[in-house]
Write a protein that binds this ligand. Structure first.
Ligand SMILES: [Zn+2]
Ligand SMILES: [Zn+2]
Length: 255
């Protein structure tokens, strides 16, 4: 099982996950041409994807997904609430399979377990992916952790974890007040300290990869995110990966 990022942050997110002969995207917040270029960087052609899992309707996750799915006849999976939000925005996906936010399902060799998260979207979920032996937890947009989130992510081998902002940088930065309040709210985004606190309550013994994701370019630095997670892991800062907005990150194998 392996995974890679096309890029992560408020200007677009997309994560590739592969198990056996099955390859999927989680979210696609880049335009179709940009997505193809970023896929090519990782040696992937869109036709080889089994489909796209959507976490929620915010444009940094959805904006390129519908066009990519249409153009390459890819399957799409999303919750009923996310589909309703697409319809409200005038872009109902043509072919879309509805998922239950508490019900696992299979896509080829991948087992997908969605789980609901507190975030200011209609019915947002995040995903735990497994090939039956290994587990990758993906958590890019949530305002605060919950016991259910912690239970789902406990003991996984790889974790892509939101480190959206540094609380002091957000507070002292020049975002408008309402935006600061939205980001810092319990339905907004995780700051570095909250991400570290979430990591601290998980069983970390099997972790092979920890990647900080969805970093704000205005209100965070890769150094601060790495420091926060490394302090919990007791590892060198460089061991913690970062999903960069432009570069994403290269394939990482889960052994
Ligand atoms: Zn969001
Ligand atoms: Zn987002």
């Amino acid at each position: 099982m392996r995974f890679a990022s096309l890029g992560s942050g408020s200007r677009g997110n997309a994560l590739l996950v592969e198990a056996g002969s099955t390859r999927i995207l989680i979210d696609c917040g880049f335009g179709p041409r940009e997505t193809l270029a970023r896929l090519a960087r990782l040696g992937v052609q869109a036709e080889t994807l089994a489909g796209i899992l959507i976490t929620h309707e915010h444009s940094d996750h959805l904006s390129g997904a519908l066009a990519l799915a249409r153009r390459h006849e890819l399957r799409l999976w999303m919750t009923h609430g996310t589909r309703m939000a697409c319809s409200d925005a005038g872009a109902p996906p043509a072919r879309c399979e509805l998922i239950d936010s508490h019900q696992s399902f299979e896509i080829g060799d991948l087992l997908v377990q969605p789980f609901p998260v507190p975030h200011d979207a209609r019915e947002p979920v995040q995903f735990l992916l497994s090939d039956g032996a290994r587990q990758l937890g993906v958590l890019t947009d949530l305002g605060c952790s919950t016991p259910h989130v912690e239970q789902v992510l406990d003991g996984c081998q790889a974790l892509v974890l939101e480190c959206n902002h540094d609380a002091d940088m957000l507070r002292d930065g020049n975002y408008p007040r309402h935006l600061k309040q939205r980001i810092a709210s319990r339905l907004g985004h995780l700051d570095n300290a909250a991400a570290a606190a979430l990591l601290a309550v998980l069983d970390r013994r099997r972790l092979q990869h920890v990647i900080a994701a969805h970093l704000s370019q205005q209100n965070n630095t890769q150094r601060l995110a790495r420091q926060a997670l490394a302090a919990v892991l007791g590892c060198a800062e460089e061991w913690v990966g970062v999903a960069d907005q432009e570069a994403g990150f290269d394939w990482r194998a889960i052994l």
